[in-house]
Design a protein around this ligand. Sequence first.
Ligand code: SF4
Length: 332
Amino acid sequence: MEFCGGHTHAILRYGIPSLLPPTVELLSGPGCPVCVTAATELDWAIALSKVEGVILTTFGDMIRVPGSGGVSLAQAKAEGADVRVVYSPLDALQIARQNPARRVVFLGVGFETTAPMSASALLAAQAEGLENLYLFSMHKLTPPATRAILDAGEVALDGIIGPGHVTTVIGADAWRFLPDEYGIPCAIAGFEPLDLLRAVLALVEMVEAGRADVVNAYARTVRPAGNASAQAAMAQVFEAVDAEWRGFGVIPASGLRPRQAYARFDAARAFAVTVTPAREPPGCRCGDVLRGVLSPPDCALFGRLCTPQNPVGPCMVSAEGACAAYYQYGGR
Ligand code: SF4
């Protein structure tokens, strides 16, 4: 299983499966941050965008994902909400500086890759004494989700391709639990075709030798201990909390929220927004896709009722979504 949605896209774009023998099957995992964002959190963000005076800032991927009522942030924007696409939380910081009379909320979506940037934005806001910047943290941690897949035992995995960008931050040693506790080999991969083939080769060699280890096949970027300053920023600002993942339910200690010292920046605590418990889009099987138990083309809506132009679920919207990858490159 490749954890990362970026890997799924690269694997299909470069036709990697066509180069592999039938004994090697690659399964897409839960590594698409937009896709694993729970529908309730998305509904909360959409409701927040409609609060008087709020400027909601978000990465572009989130804006087209439909909430449980079928409404997206794009539709909320069309109806008058001030929703702005940014490329970094530091853009949200700048918008907050420029609009001191408005409350500016950044939707923190992503794994350990983007969480340090959100932490940096809050550290900068605190240093400046900025009082109108808020973070709605939907950040999630990748090792707990990997444990959840293995503990559930729904898919029999022989090896895991570790996420290259996440591991640049958390370090290859963070995946030691895979061989040590589960006896599963892990190979950290980059995003070029040869990176992925190297990782597959490393996994096959370990399986054939009956050995489980962590192989760093992305050593030009990934270090054993990762990026110390990014980890320090995350540790200073965030604490781990239980978090809901689409398709999984609540995974213990798999989310990040601002610590008490940074609570005044926490949109979840600062805004009294309530939403009713969300339901998934009817017929959408994103949850099964994210857990690796369903291949996207096996969803009854795939390519017919659900396309990138008219997506039903987030796995078809996101640039890292498995359904979008199969739609763009599958079968070619
Ligand atoms: Fe959901 Fe569409 Fe993927 Fe089916 S094809 S699982 S409806 S996103």
